[in-house]
Design a binder for this molecule. Structure first.
Ligand SMILES: *[C@@H]1O[C@H](CO)[C@@H](O)[C@H](O)[C@H]1NC(C)=O
Ligand SMILES: *[C@@H]1O[C@H](CO)[C@@H](O)[C@H](O)[C@H]1NC(C)=O
Ligand SMILES: *[C@@H]1O[C@H](CO)[C@@H](O)[C@H](O)[C@H]1NC(C)=O
Ligand SMILES: *[C@@H]1O[C@H](CO)[C@@H](O)[C@H](O)[C@H]1NC(C)=O
Ligand SMILES: *[C@@H]1O[C@H](CO)[C@@H](O)[C@H](O)[C@H]1NC(C)=O
Ligand SMILES: *[C@@H]1O[C@H](CO)[C@@H](O)[C@H](O)[C@H]1NC(C)=O
Ligand SMILES: *[C@@H]1O[C@H](CO)[C@@H](O)[C@H](O)[C@H]1NC(C)=O
Ligand SMILES: *[C@@H]1O[C@H](CO)[C@@H](O)[C@H](O)[C@H]1NC(C)=O
Length: 395
């Protein structure tokens, strides 16, 4: 991606700045343009059958409150073609920690949009896909803070993986050549995603982008498309997001319905793992609820979360905190135990962290940190198929 030298310079700056006040600059536009021009895109293909879908397309718009998105005509129309998720939550503010978590199942205390890199011993969703050679790609028509995988050294240090991070031109070429991957993360640019415009503009873009694709047999067959936002717009409010599922994988009888299961951005990695029989990262994907259409296939019973005290509007202290609440240790994931996806924890995670005590209680469907008091006191419960009820509280 970015030249090795520039990357090392940034990482070096990070290491030197070490503790509390890290100010690192984004690469210049010239560096980004140079990178765009020289990277040869790589489009591996695969067709690993999943329980509920064979392809997953994750599209993220920006900074919009639930009600504002719900009242946008284009988005409301699209949601009626699928399932509206009424209880789907972001994890923090500002944007970047949410994008980071979509790939690595943690925010690592990130509380800014600064140029930050996650060390190579932290695994991502790409490591999970690689266990079954499921082809994936990431979006490149972007600003860096909106591009999840590029924040991880386990991606940028690799010779091939950065080439799977592509722009919209390459997307349409892959579509034409029937060489789309099975997992796609799509970040529209800041004009189209509402960041620099508004929800009417972004809703219209989404309609123009998605509607033709949903009619394209190759694109839509067995595909599940998730449309969500990175974060709510009004920070002191609960960070719930307007989110819907569409695509050919949605059973006819569920079209035009709503689903009020509690989900967070962490539910996506968990659901992908359950769908394709992949292991978990052992971070917050471990306890996350599964998308109902996947949970129904695996028999997993999701937690019902009492959201009266849920805000999910701030992270806990961590090594990527640059605005305060810094904590130097990289969180240790779980290396054993049961996760909602049901396929254990990835071997690469086990090999790296075996024998170490996990930092958090990752079996919770709501991320929390007892030490700093972040998200504590949230009650959740479920009734198992044998009639037994389990009730818990975070903290
Ligand atoms: C998209 O990526 C391709 C391949 O790297 C490149 O040739 C093309 O110029 C890029 N397009 C834009 C609009 O950046
Ligand atoms: C993938 O395989 C399934 C059968 O398992 C088939 O229905 C589908 O058309 C295939 N998709 C692609 C893109 O080849
Ligand atoms: C992972 O990498 C970070 C940063 O280099 C380091 O501080 C940490 O000790 C490493 N963790 C393990 C388990 O090796
Ligand atoms: C975003 O893409 C659109 C085309 O879809 C283009 O007109 C616009 O200028 C782009 N905006 C930015 C900030 O790159
Ligand atoms: C939304 O943004 C578009 C493009 O910037 C602009 O033309 C339009 O007037 C805006 N609408 C509202 C309601 O602000
Ligand atoms: C999160 O929401 C609570 C409750 O409204 C509020 O007190 C707190 O200031 C918010 N935190 C941030 C970072 O916005
Ligand atoms: C998001 O912010 C808006 C405030 O504009 C608020 O009405 C909404 O309840 C917030 N969160 C949720 C739960 O959607
Ligand atoms: C994790 O949470 C569960 C359920 O609340 C609890 O039984 C267990 O003791 C917790 N473990 C740790 C290490 O705090």
């Amino acid at each position: 991606m970015f030249t090795k030298q520039s990357l090392l310079a940034f990482v070096g700056a990070l290491a030197l700045a070490a503790a509390t006040t890290i100010t690192v600059e984004n690469p210049t536009q010239a560096e980004i343009d140079a990178d765009r021009a020289t990277t040869l895109p790589y489009s591996p293909v695969s067709n690993v059958t999943g329980l509920a879908f064979n392809r997953f397309v994750d599209i993220w718009l920006e900074n919009t409150d639930f009600e504002a998105a719900a009242s946008d005509e284009s988005l409301a129309k699209l949601a009626k073609e699928g399932i509206l998720l009424t209880n789907y939550w972001a994890l923090s503010h500002p944007s970047q920690p949410n994008y980071c978590a979509s790939a690595g199942a943690d925010t690592f205390g990130m509380d800014s949009d600064d140029f930050l890199q996650v060390p190579s011993n932290v695994s991502t969703i790409a490591d999970l896909f690689d266990t079954k050679h499921i082809a994936w790609d990431g979006a490149k028509d972007y600003v860096r803070k909106h591009n999840p995988l590029i924040q991880f050294n386990s991606i940028t240090d690799d010779a091939v993986r950065p080439r799977q991070i592509k722009n919209f031109t390459t997307f349409y070429e892959d579509l034409k050549h029937h060489s789309l991957p099975q997992h796609m993360f799509i970040t529209p640019n800041m004009t189209n995603d509402a960041h620099d415009t508004n929800i009417t503009f972004a809703g219209d873009w989404t309609d123009r982008f998605l509607s033709p694709l949903l009619k394209d047999e190759y694109f839509t067959k067995d595909s599940l498309v998730l449309l969500t936002f990175d974060e709510n717009d009004t920070k002191p409010y609960p960070n719930r997001l307007f989110t819907f599922l569409v695509g050919g994988a949605i059973p006819k009888h569920l079209k035009g319905t709503t689903d009020d299961t509690f989900y967070t951005h962490h539910s996506i990695i968990a659901s992908l793992s359950a769908n394709w029989g992949l292991p978990s990262l052992g971070r917050w994907d471990c306890g996350a609820n599964l998308l109902k259409i996947v949970a129904e296939k695996t028999g997993y019973v999701n937690w019902e979360v009492d959201t009266s005290n849920v805000y999910l509007n701030a992270t806990y202290p961590g090594p990527l905190s640059t605005r305060g609440n810094y904590s130097p240790s990289w969180p240790i994931p779980a290396t054993n135990g049961r996760c909602s996806a049901g396929h254990g924890i990835a071997k690469i995670v086990e090999d790296t962290y075996k024998g170490l005590q996990p930092t958090y209680n990752y079996t919770s469907p709501v991320p929390y940190d007892a030490a700093s008091g972040n998200n504590v006191g949230i009650k959740y419960h479920r009734t198992l198929k044998n009639g037994k009820t389990e009730s818990r509280i975070t903290g």
